[in-house]
Design a protein around this ligand. Sequence first.
Ligand SMILES: [Mn+2]
Length: 424
Amino acid sequence: MKVEKNNIDSHNQSLLKEHQRKFDFVAANIQNTERVIQKLIDFNVAIPSWALGTGGTRFGRFSGSGEPRSLEEKLEDVGLLHALNQSSGSISLHIPWDIPENYVAIKSLAAQLGLKFDAINSNTFQDQKNQPLSYKFGSLQNVNTAIRRQAIEHNIEVIKHGAELGSKALTVWLSDGSCFPGQLNFRKAFQNTLESLQEIYAALPNDWKVFIEYKAYEPNFYSMTVGDWGQSLLYTSKLGPKAFTLVDLGHHLPNANIEQVVALLLMEGKLAGFHFNDSKYGDDDLTVGSIKPYQLFLIFNELVEGMDARGMDHAKDLGWMIDASHNVKDPLEDLLQSVEAIMIAYAQSLLVDRKKLDASQDSNDVAGAQEILQDTFRTDIRAIVAEARLRSGGALNHIQFFREQKIREQLTKERGSKTVATGL
Ligand SMILES: [Mn+2]
C-alpha cells in the first residue's frame, strides 16, 4: 500500500493551528531555531529489515498481522515509515534473510520509495538450512579452519550483495565466545578472529567500511570474543582505517557509561555509529528512549560535541540505525516512536549552550554544568521536531495518522493475518 500525499496534507491541516501555537512558544525561547530545524531535516535513521515483524523471546513469539513476507514488502514498510516521518530513508539488510533475487528490481523499488541501502549485515550466529558446517562453537574464532573459511566466505558474499545494492558498509556482529571456563583459549580465539576479519577486510571495496559490533554477553555467557568496546577497538585498530567500532546501546554491562565510551571512540576517529534501542536489564531491545531518555540525551550531547570538534557532518559521517525488537507493540508504531525519540534527543543536544558548559567545566562549576544539561533536557522541543517533519512533507502526528488511516488493517488485508517476517 501507499500513503497518499493529500491524506498527509489534510491530517496536517487539521493539526496545524495547535502545532503553530506550540511551535511559536518553544521557538521564542530558544536560539538558532532555523539551524536546528535544518539539521533535523538532514538527519536520517536507518531501519533494520528484521525489526519490521513482531519479535519474540526464547519462550515464544506472538506474531502480529500484515507483517512483510518478502524483501519487497519490507522495503514497502520502510517506505511507509519514511513517508510518515521523512527521517527513515534507508534500510539495513541482513543476509541470508534478505537475499535479493533481482538487484535491479529491488534497487528501483527502493528508489521509488526514496530509500537507500544502509550497512549490510552478515549472519554467522545461526546455522542455515543446507549449511555444511555448524557455528555451534563459533564462526570466525572457530578452532576448525574449514568452519572459519565458511564464515569468511559468507561475509565476502554479503559484501557482494551490498555492493550490488549500493551499501557502503558491512556490519559484523559475532556471537562467538564461550559458555564455560576452560572452553576457549582466549588468545587463540582472538587471533583466529583477527585473521578471519583481515581476510574479510581485504575484500572490502575501496569506498567501504567495516563495522565491528561488540556485545558483553549472550548467547555466550562466560566470554564473548568481541565483548566490549576495548576489544572491538583492538580489532578495528589492527585491521586498518576502514574498520570502525559499532556501539549497540543494549550490548553493555548494566550501568556502563556509554556516553563516555562514545566520546573516546569519537576522539580516536574509530566510532562507526549506532544501533539504537533501550533496555532495563540487558539486551532488551526495547523502544529507544522508553526507559532511559536522559541517557540517550547525554549520549547525543557527547556525539554532537565530539563530531563538531572533528568537523564531522552529523547526518553522514556516522551510521545511525535502530536495532530493536517489538514483542508486544505494532512494529511500525514502535519504529515511529523510536525515530522520534532519536530526533528529540538529537535536537536537544543541538540546543545545549556549549560555551556555558565549557566555562562551567573549566571552572569546576559542577552544579552549573548540571543546570545547563538538565535545563535543555527538560525543555519540551517536540514542536521543533514536528516542524522539521512538516516542512519535509511528513505527518505532524505520525502515530495518530497511522491509526486514523488504519494502515495496519490495510496491510493485513493485503498480506493476511498469519504472516511472519524473517528475523529474530
Ligand atoms: Mn545491534
